[in-house]
Ligand binder design. Structure first.
Ligand SMILES: [Fe+2]
Length: 204
């Protein structure tokens, strides 16, 4: 027997960028300039237990000139992924890209990304001991069959990894236990056309 159709998939995709050396000095310089322009009082907000040492205020990191090689690759990955899920060939629109930089004590409380179709996060710097990301089962309490009743799913990303998941999926990043900087680049990805129903392969 084969699985004819996984009707309600909740995917978390993972791959690795093999050309990460292309984000070299030019990228580091652009990022350092941005980071140094963030006021100190916006970098640390551990009182709320979330969003510490972050430059979420900076959007469109994917539009930096040094990001071009990565962007080309990331868009092709997302196109392939969408095709695998069941959409026909479609355009990619990357929106609201930003950087989260963590030091010791930084964490991201549980959250989702609303109506965003897909979230992609690229792990640019993951020093040894860096914190993981944990996803929550959106079907918790509604299913009885393993592994679907598993409540949490944790991934320990490595440098160069790219994760993608649907925007409704609740997730959190555990507290960074080491002082070395953890840097992740996240983005919202939509299809170039919003007529999704027309792009869904018909199944019967
Ligand atoms: Fe998130």
């Amino acid at each position: 027997m084969i699985i004819a159709q996984n009707v309600f998939p909740v995917i978390i995709a993972k791959t690795k960028w093999q050309d990460r050396h292309l984000l070299g000095e030019a990228f580091d310089k652009e990022i350092n300039d941005i980071l140094s322009a963030v006021p100190d009082d916006r970098k640390i907000d551990t009182a709320k237990g979330e969003y510490s040492t972050t430059i979420r205020q900076f959007n469109d990191v994917m539009n930096l000139p040094s990001m071009a090689p990565f962007r080309t690759w990331a868009e092709s990955v997302m196109k392939d992924l969408w095709k695998e899920i069941g959409y026909e060939d479609c355009d990619i629109a990357i929106e609201r890209s930003w950087i989260n930089q963590f030091f010791k004590g930084s964490k991201l409380g549980g959250h989702a990304h609303g109506s965003t179709e897909m979230v992609m996060t690229y792990y640019h710097k993951m020093p040894p001991g860096s914190s993981a990301i944990t996803f929550y089962n959106p079907f918790e309490g509604q299913t009885g069959m393993a592994p679907y009743k598993q409540k949490l799913f944790t991934i320990q990303p490595e440098e160069g990894d790219l994760l993608a998941w649907p925007g409704f999926l609740w997730h959190e990043v555990e507290e960074q236990p080491v002082d070395a900087g953890r840097m992740a680049i996240s983005m919202h990805v939509h299809q170039g056309s919003y007529s999704l129903a027309n792009r869904w392969r018909k199944i019967s």
